[in-house]
Write a protein that binds this ligand. Structure first.
Ligand SMILES: [Zn+2]
Ligand SMILES: [Zn+2]
Length: 222
């Protein structure tokens, strides 16, 4: 007795061999597609490993980043003026002859607000016929209560706050300004001192503060 394949009419001795043939040669492919579909569903796009690496890198950066500022906060025990890299740091404006900056000092002396021009008057500074006082690098114009930085300055050290006052012949150091010096310059039975801040940040070493364009400097002796 022979068994005929329904699809190609080939004959086989046993039912089993016919069935094997039919499955191998004429299978509708359903079992194959059924098994290939789930495989397609769990196929991982090429970019998934890349995304995982990027996410790990960002996470590592965020976790490790706070350690950097902690290292720098341990530094400033050395006065700024004694830190070599403060003076050798790249001069931020190079040798541009068109450089023209304004830095804006304001004063509070023993509780009283004073402008740059008032402080100059207190020191007896007079404007000459040119209408300006101080060297070309760092000077003040008549009627303008701020520093002009021009020329350009040769080094960072040439435009410190101490140098600015020196050029105007105004007594100034970390110890005080004008006749307001030491710990009792206000004569108010309090311990007085000079505090200088730029924006909201207190300056550690006011003498060596390097002036910059647009800088707002509060000089407070109280
Ligand atoms: Zn100017
Ligand atoms: Zn000028």
């Amino acid at each position: 007795m022979s068994h005929k394949c329904n699809s190609c009419e080939k004959e086989f001795d046993t039912y089993e061999s016919m069935k094997q043939h039919a499955e191998a040669a004429h299978s509708s492919g359903q079992p194959a597609t059924q098994s290939s579909q789930p495989r397609a569903a769990i196929k991982i796009p090429w970019y998934v490993p890349v995304l995982i690496v990027i996410i790990i890198a960002i996470a590592a950066f965020v976790i490790l980043r706070p350690s950097a500022p902690q290292q720098t906060t341990t530094g400033p025990s050395v006065p700024i003026g004694e830190q070599a890299d403060y003076w050798t740091a790249p001069f931020p404006f190079g040798n541009d002859p068109r450089l023209h900056w304004h830095a804006y000092p304001s004063f509070k002396i023993c509780g009283e607000d004073k402008t740059m021009l008032q402080v100059m008057a207190m020191a007896g500074v007079r404007f000459g016929p040119s209408g300006m006082v101080g060297p070309e690098t760092l000077h003040v114009h008549e009627g303008e209560p701020w520093f002009h930085i021009e020329s350009p300055p040769p080094t960072r050290k040439s435009i410190t706050l101490a140098n600015a006052f020196k050029g105007l012949n105004i007594k100034f150091s970390n110890n005080g300004i004008l006749k307001y010096q030491g710990t009792s310059g206000c004569n108010d039975n309090k311990t007085n001192s000079l505090k200088v801040s730029v924006g909201s940040e207190q300056v550690e070493d006011p003498e060596n503060l390097v002036l910059q364009g647009g800088q707002k400097i509060l000089i407070d002796y109280s």
